[in-house]
Design a protein around this ligand. Sequence first.
Ligand code: ATP
Length: 204
Amino acid sequence: MQIKRLKLSGFKSFVEPAELRIEPGLTGVVGPNGCGKSNVLEAIRWVMGESSPKSMRGAGMDDVIFAGTAQRPARDFAEVSMLVERPTEEVSGDVALAPPGDVEITRRIERGAGSAYRVNGRDVRAKDVALLFADAATGAHSPALVSQGKISAIIAAKPTERRAMLEEAAGISGLHVRRKDAEQKLRAAEANLTRLDELMGDME
Ligand code: ATP
């Protein structure tokens, strides 16, 4: 999967709509202190489904919405859209969600109302977006997104955390989510069968 474009509006310091085109190859974000470099990386993690406000350097998720300055009022919503190219081999059981080719994922948060996701303009669940990225061996917690302090965090990580990183890099973390879903369905089916046995026993 390749990230091709990022659009931000009302996200942290990006109060005005901004569009960043990301060309193939290595991309570096440079600029003076406090200009919003980390906010760009956080926007990528956020649109991929980041659910921890703390890891977005906030107390609550509404803190990603432009908070206002002495000159400008605060905004009521923040929106980030990311255009990615999805190769055929990354599309597994979710062709209906997004076929191979260019896919635009959008996350929008309204103050006090939480987040909503869209894929190619269609409303989807947060889980669908998480799976889409997990199948591409990436996501909000991908080790490929290296923010400040991440290197020392990786060195200090517990073996189980390192294993999760390796699984993500190997592209199998999506399978874990699907396995959990399948196990839940299996348990529900087993409970139904037990109930059916009881009912049949009562009838005999
Ligand atoms: P450094 O090089 O010092 O790490 P940086 O370029 O990574 O800085 P960021 O940390 O991305 O900069 O951006 C910090 C700026 O974003 C600060 O000016 C902060 O006030 C602003 N900011 C963060 N959240 C919001 C928000 N919700 N509303 C308005 N501005 C915000």
